[in-house]
Write a protein that binds this ligand. Sequence first.
Ligand SMILES: C[S@@+](CC[C@H](N)C(=O)[O-])C[C@H]1O[C@@H](n2cnc3c(N)ncnc32)[C@H](O)[C@@H]1O
Length: 216
Amino acid sequence: MEKKLSQEYDFEKHWNNAYQKTTAENLGWYEEDPIPSMDLITACNLPKDALIFNAGVGAATLIELLLNKGYTKIVVNDIAETALDELKNNLPISKKSQVQFIVDDLTNPTELLKLNNIDLWHDRAVLHFFTTQQQQQTYFDLIKKNISPEGYVILAEFNIEGAKKCSGLDVFNYNEEMLQERLGSDFKLLKSFNYTYTQPSGNKREYVYTLFQKKA
Ligand SMILES: C[S@@+](CC[C@H](N)C(=O)[O-])C[C@H]1O[C@@H](n2cnc3c(N)ncnc32)[C@H](O)[C@@H]1O
């Protein structure tokens, strides 16, 4: 019954509303300086023309920071077109052409199935919203289909001790063993750490950050 209800819920509307109601800097997941993500991305030591994919990017500041660091091939996705419009509007005009914007549902993908050879998959606070086995399976299948041999995967989700809800939605909490199990033995865990994020409201959210590499 729970599964049926969750599949019927209009997530696209939910997330578009979230971005329409609140400016990016006041959202509960806003990060002015995404230090843990940037540290892991830097550790990958990728060439500047590596294909970087950000799943459920929202209006994240990470994208402008990556452009400023010289990365030239960035693909961003979100289910909410409003979020991608906000992100696009905030980018410097000269750099917009280095970013491809894809509105699509990670749990029911169409456009995202056309991607391949991704060198780095980055997800902060997205996978944990996928609470059914089917949504999770589709998401992990998409990673496995799209990532290059020796490509990297960063997954940063609410950890086991972390919050059970975000944006009014239930979440599914993770630790690094669970993420390893879902990615499978073709992926090697390179780094993981717990991280406490402070929301604009001052409340704390407990994350687990993981960096995996696909075997050659
Ligand atoms: C908590 S926000 C995190 C945004 C961004 N990753 C960040 O760290 O600032 C979750 C994001 O996932 C997006 N999202 C939720 N479900 C999605 C889905 N099924 N497919 C694609 N994006 C989704 C939402 O629209 C929202 O932008």
